[in-house]
Write a protein that binds this ligand. Structure first.
Ligand SMILES: C[S@@+](CC[C@H](N)C(=O)[O-])C[C@H]1O[C@@H](n2cnc3c(N)ncnc32)[C@H](O)[C@@H]1O
Length: 172
């Protein structure tokens, strides 16, 4: 399961973002909203969508999409994870999340659009999680773009927009 992110990040609003503490079955969860769209929640359902990457990632890791840092917290203490480069487009989000979430020294956050990110090394594990932009065709584009930066046994996975019903993410 994800760490309980509400213990690290208080409720707040900044820019177009909102952090909200919510309940489901009497359990407290932390949600990140971008406008009225749910961008991330540390709920077991969302964990399932990230689980394959969390369980199998190793070595030098590249993640596109910081969000609230839930995936990073889940992998940073794995012994076989050497280093994690996180590419995030939103500077304000980076500053806030870094301030609250205790990332360890393996984590290197880079403020860039993943579209313009040219890796300086090869990665063993790549996770592209830039949410609603992740249409099927983009999964293929990202796989093509980054496959030359994979080590021999390295792998790349993308979060899939078709895993969720867009309407379910909209909160009025
Ligand atoms: C679903 S959230 C990631 C959730 C994250 N995995 C977590 O554990 O909390 C998507 C993130 O991707 C970022 N993002 C969206 N488009 C991006 C782009 N083109 N390049 C880099 N980051 C992007 C958003 O700002 C947001 O922080």
């Amino acid at each position: 399961m994800f760490k309980q992110m509400y213990k690290y990040i208080p409720e707040m609003s900044f820019g177009n973002w909102k952090i909200v503490h919510e309940y489901d079955d009497n359990q407290k969860y932390c949600s990140l909203y971008n406008g009225n769209l749910g961008a991330m929640i540390d709920h077991p359902t969302e964990y399932e969508r990230n689980k394959y990457f969390i369980d199998t990632c190793y070595g030098n890791v590249l993640i596109a999409g910081l969000g609230m840092g839930a995936v990073i917290l889940s992998i940073m203490d794995k012994k076989n994870v050497k280093n994690v480069d996180v590419v995030e487009i939103d500077k304000e989000l980076i500053d806030i999340i870094k301030n609250y979430v205790p990332f360890n020294s393996k984590i290197n956050i880079i403020n860039k659009d993943i579209e313009n990110f040219i890796p300086k090394k090869n990665y063993d594990s790549i996770w592209i999680d830039i949410e609603l932009a992740m249409k099927d065709t983009m999964n293929i584009e990202y796989k093509n773009k980054f496959k030359k930066y994979l080590t021999t046994n390295g792998f790349i996975k993308c979060w899939r927009s078709e895993w969720v019903n867009l309407q379910d993410l909209i909160v009025i």
